[in-house]
Design a protein around this ligand. Sequence first.
Ligand SMILES: NCc1[nH]cc(CCC(=O)O)c1CC(=O)O
Ligand SMILES: [Mg+2]
Length: 352
Amino acid sequence: MAIKFGRPIEMRDTPRPEVPLSSPSLDLTVRPRRNRKSEWARRLIRENVLTTNDLIWPVFVIDGENQRAPVASMPGVERLSVDQVVRAAERAVKLEIPCIALFPFTDPSLRDENGTEATNSDNLVCRSVRALKKEFPELGVLCDVALDPFTSHGHDGLLSEGKILNDETVEVLVKQSLVQAEAGCDIIAPSDMMDGRIGAIRDGLDAAGFVDVQIMAYAAKYASAFYGPFRDAIGSAKALTGDKRTYQMDPANSDEALREVELDLAEGADMVMVKPGMPYLDILRRVKDTFAVPTFAYQVSGEYAMIAAAAANGWIDGERAMLESLLAFKRAGADGVLTYFAPQVAEKLKKG
Ligand SMILES: NCc1[nH]cc(CCC(=O)O)c1CC(=O)O
Ligand SMILES: [Mg+2]
């Protein structure tokens, strides 16, 4: 809020009473409202701030050239062809957003049972990474590791007789990580929730000489209804058979998140993530308090959709809800947030 002579401008027309309306009738020594009396006082005691440095911007990639395809369930979000991803990166650099995260919409003709396209060193993600790194080497690039954008059944792992195979999937995820690292990816972010994949990927990266490539583990990832719009965006919603409850966590659990995080850290994760975000702020707080490591929250597609849809209907103030939701992550202990609002927020923060 703009300030003029110490008084909020929005209050400038409020006439000041000449004399106090009445003498205090409550005998209060402590009046917490004193610290909220004006904008400067509120700024002075403010405990948490959101800055552009806290943002990771997830971007959806499609094939083609000069393509921007809206995602119906995520108003304001588009899938971009590689050349347009580079334009988005330019915007990120200008806004000083530290990092972009890439999620591919794979052509259905390239999807198969085993998600073969995931390990193709010339797939959409790898081509995007190379294009980004060529133009903007100083912008951080994060790549998701999981098979769901590439499998015909929409699962994150290999499927056999109705079961998701753990160890066999991990082998493929290591290969997927390697093609992404070779393309120039800075942060490998496994979102698949297989057991032991962090250690295997760390070994694979190190053996190939990628000792500086970081790993951000989707460590506590829940089987959530809030991923719906994302699955629309990458085209896996219709494909998905069944649900992901044999690998993603039960929303009823909290202690289990700590065990998952502990394992991923022991296996070599540099950073951990809690996902979804707002319904799991309690988990975020426990993880941060317990491990004191770089901890991220993913404000997922469904959270974005809720705010965007309510705002579009005029039911909430979209900008304020966006800022408040992101500040909540900071308050709960997050060092950073993956959010589809990233460019909007960064623009807002830049204007001040
Ligand atoms: N493993 C893929 C993946 N990586 C990120 C998301 C969700 C992100 C979002 O909803 O914004 C998902 C979806 C899923 O697990 O089904
Ligand atoms: Mg795990």
